[in-house]
Ligand binder design. Structure first.
Ligand code: BG6
Length: 458
């Protein structure tokens, strides 16, 4: 069967500043944490070891072109642009991002730019990070500076990438700095992130810039183990906490009432100011980026909660390991392709069918060298992964979902937070020592699909 996509469908990939660029003047929480706890990072490899996009951007944009990308998302590094987060703008960073943006446009690759992709300037973390409203204002200033500097040539902006992840990693489950486990602080961080997002949207609207503004959310559809009301309720709470805590404010301009009521009943609500509601209502977006990697399967708890234990989302559900589920064993994530369709249908039916696109989808695999044939990684598994997801995406579009494109994570194998280079995701293989880049089979497959705006599959 031939799967053909709408005209002007966005074909591309995503990356981020910290994961690709390499060293910079402004320190981030990642540099700080790595210097103190290198053992937290796979093989002790830190964020300084990258595919050196800061030097190789021109070559890399040629490679993007070779892969027939018509669009590409990366982020601006707040710490590179404004090393202390709030003060002087670094003119070298301005030159760098100008060159990248201009070259992308010249090559016919539309730049999609994220403002915050997990890379908090250390100077901002030192004053409390997202727990401090001054950081919200500093972020809004940073956003305004980016719009003023680049807004004439960047027409697709994203305030945050996966804002729930720094909440989970930094304040609940200890996989990002500052390694806190405290729900109320997590809720404050999430809330202030929504305020920061809304302030950026407000500034963008006020400046009458030429393009559109959105956010990138990792949506994990929550599936209950069974239709038993207790399982269904468990899935509903997981959905409220992990999806709707950001989805509702950015699409509906307000929080779900039952999420607010639930947190209130456990005294976990962040401190609010009287005008916050108006601000959040102004944060409604033009375009939603959806990162989809895995579903979330849950069941009701079998045991009572220890009332002395820290309050956690898991007070309301347990994760459910569905028998026979298909796994990516390297990342430990379930692969469930229909999830992409379920997300789109939910957006269509419950959120007014917003303009959206798949901003990340991908498969990290360990030791891909074992698949080298004639000098090239033959990653057939990745081609299957992409085509199966695209088939479900295609079904969603044919049923009226407003999905405008598909970006893969990622372009070149890159540094992955605590996993460093353990799992490789790229269309292009990176030799970290020589910096040599070699296109994988999946890169060729994607280039052909993008060129034809379609692919064939049995
Ligand atoms: C997304 C992020 O969570 O998934 C990326 O936006 C990240 O920054 C990617 O690298 C893959 O996850 P991981 O943890 O394997 O790198």
């Amino acid at each position: 069967m031939k799967y053909a996509f709408p005209d002007n469908f966005w074909w591309g990939s995503a990356s981020s500043a910290l994961q690709t660029e390499g060293a910079r003047e402004g320190e981030t929480t990642w540099d700080y944490w790595f210097a103190r706890e290198p053992n937290r990072f796979h093989n002790g490899v830190g964020p300084q070891q990258t595919s050196t996009f800061y030097q190789q951007w021109k070559t890399d944009i040629q490679l993007l072109k070779q892969l027939n990308h018509n669009s590409f998302r990366t982020s601006i590094s707040w710490a590179r642009l404004i090393p202390d987060g709030i003060g002087e703008v670094n003119p070298e960073a301005v030159d760098f991002y100008n060159q990248v943006i201009d070259e992308l446009n010249e090559q016919g690759i539309t730049p999609f730019i994220t403002l915050f992709h997990f890379d908090m300037p250390m100077a901002m973390q030192e004053i409390g990070g997202w727990e401090n409203r001054d950081v919200v204002d500093a972020y809004a200033r940073y956003a305004q500076i980016c719009f003023d500097l680049f807004g004439d040539r960047v027409l697709h902006w994203f305030t945050f990438n996966e804002p729930i992840v720094p909440v989970e990693g930094g304040y609940l489950y200890d996989f990002h700095y500052p390694n806190v486990v405290d729900f109320r602080r997590a809720a404050t961080v999430a809330y202030h992130t929504v305020l920061a997002h809304a302030k950026a949207v407000q500034a963008y609207r006020a400046g009458h810039y030429a393009g559109e503004i959105g956010i990138v959310l990792n949506l994990t559809p929550s599936y209950p183990r069974s239709q038993n009301p207790a399982d269904v309720k468990a899935a509903h709470v997981a959905d409220l906490m992990f999806n709707r805590s950001f989805l509702d404010p950015v699409l509906r301009g307000e929080y779900p009432a039952d999420l607010v009521a639930l947190l209130k009943s456990y005294d976990q609500l962040p401190a609010c100011k009287p005008d916050d509601g108006f601000l959040i209502a102004e944060g409604k977006i033009d375009l939603l980026g959806i990162n989809y990697y895995q579903p979330r399967r849950v069941k009701c708890r079998d045991s009572a909660v220890n009332p002395q234990a820290p309050f956690m989302p898991e007070w309301f559900f347990d994760s459910y390991e569905m028998p026979g589920r298909k796994m990516n064993p390297y990342r430990g994530w379930e692969i469930y392709e229909p999830g992409i369709y379920d997300i789109l249908v939910n957006l269509r039916d419950n959120y007014g069918n917003p303009r959206c696109f798949i901003s990340e989808n991908g498969m990290g695999v360990e030791n891909e060298q074992r698949f080298i044939e004639n000098g090239q990684i033959n990653d057939q598994y990745r081609i299957e992964f992409i085509s199966e997801h695209l088939a479900w995406l295609h079904k969603g579009i044919s049923e009226g979902c407003n999905c405008l494109g598909y970006h893969m994570w990622t372009f070149i194998d890159n540094w992955s937070w605590c996993n460093a280079y353990k799992n490789r995701y790229g269309f292009i293989q990176l030799d970290l020592k020589t910096q040599q880049r070699t296109i994988k089979k999946s890169g060729e497959w994607f280039a052909a699909t993008a060129l034809n705006n379609s692919f064939d599959r049995e």
